[in-house]
Design a protein around this ligand. Structure first.
Ligand code: UDP
Ligand code: MG
Length: 315
């Protein structure tokens, strides 16, 4: 069986040689143990880097038969670059592992991942056992984000990023998700099949800086939420209903004030109409939002199901 390791790279010239060295040694180890075919390979995807990452990939390709490369014409972002790599790797291999270029994820669990594949798992998530090396800020925001996503009804694996193994058939199902705003760690759990986790300690970036500054991280989080949940729209509707109830309470209050004679002229008509119209507007937006949410889900054209096996008595 042919294993491919897909590595998206954006301005990673400082780490790529070391990454390639370590991945080759893992690959050679597995080949020696006859766990994978000697045709296995490492696929570097250059995501429109501005430094000499692509030149380095070409050099590595010339020097080593295990190194393959894909050069994207421009920067499309981590998720899209990864998807491009997986699309290319799928046709040439039986299983693919995706990993970041910066060696933050422990390459020594690749063997364990492959073993899990042998045991019949189609998707193996790499999960960070500890995140001591990550900043307090990154750890806390990651936890809050995970809680928020779970609250919104989105399934995802805690402390798992994009370090995972996928079988060919899982990759084929993944390709059926045609959406542009990719949030792979939310999509992959929708595939189904047998899944499991392997655990590792997260290291510090080997060299260079994070390619995910705060702004990109925020965009990614917003993508994650809005690509998977239309629940925020329901909040608008909820607010509308809340204001409607408030209008009703205010109405009762004015009625009582009127009966006791303790009322300021003009107050009731002004306040009640402002609240009432406000509530109506919010409810209307909420209803329109529900329809837009439905349109949104339809245009994503996600697969409805993934048939794993069919039993029939026909030939
Ligand atoms: N990356 C990419 N395109 C981008 C940004 C990042 O291909 O536009 C790659 C990057 O080279 C790395 C991976 O995505 O292999 C994860 O990025 P990074 O390690 O900087 O993120 P962090 O670990 O800080 O979240
Ligand atoms: Mg990293």
């Amino acid at each position: 069986m042919i294993l491919s390791i897909v590595v998206p790279c954006y301005n990673e010239s400082e780490v790529i040689n070391e990454t390639s060295r370590r991945l080759i040694s893992v690959l050679e180890g597995l080949i020696k143990k006859e766990m994978i075919s000697p045709d296995s390979f490492i696929l570097f995807v250059n995501d429109g880097s501005r430094d000499n990452t692509w030149e380095l990939i070409r050099k590595l390709y010339k020097e080593n038969k295990y190194i393959y490369g894909v050069n994207l014409a421009g920067n499309v972002g981590h998720q899209n670059a990864l998807m491009a790599g997986l699309t290319v790797a799928k046709d040439m291999s039986d299983l693919a592992i995706s990993i970041d270029a910066d060696l933050q994820d422990d390459v020594s669990v690749i063997e364990e991942m492959v073993k899990k594949y042998d045991e019949g798992f189609d998707i193996v998530y790499g999960v960070r056992k500890s995140r001591q090396k990550d900043t307090f800020f990154k750890r806390t925001t990651a936890l809050c984000f995970y809680k928020l996503m779970t609250g919104l009804g989105v399934k995802s694996v805690y402390n798992h990023a994009d370090y995972r193994l996928m079988s060919k058939r899982a990759l084929e199902q993944l390709m059926k998700f045609r959406e542009r705003n990719l949030f792979l760690r939310g999509i992959v759990p929708l595939i189904g099949y047998n899944t499991t986790c392997v655990y590792y300690d997260r290291h510090e970036r080997f060299a260079g800086e994070s390619k995910y500054p705060l702004s990109k991280m925020l965009n990614f989080a917003i993508d994650g939420i809005t690509s998977f949940s239309v629940k925020p729209v329901r909040l608008i509707f909820g607010a509308g209903v809340f204001f409607l109830i408030m209008t009703f309470c205010a109405f009762i209050y004015t009625l009582c004030s009127y009966l006791t004679g303790d009322i300021v002229a003009g107050w009731a008509s002004l306040m009640l109409s402002v609240w009432f119209i406000g509530a109506l507007v919010l409810i209307s937006i909420g209803i329109i939002g529900e329809y837009i949410g439905k349109i949104y889900i339809e245009v994503k054209d996600r697969p409805r199901y993934n048939i794993e096996t069919i039993l029939t008595h026909k030939e």
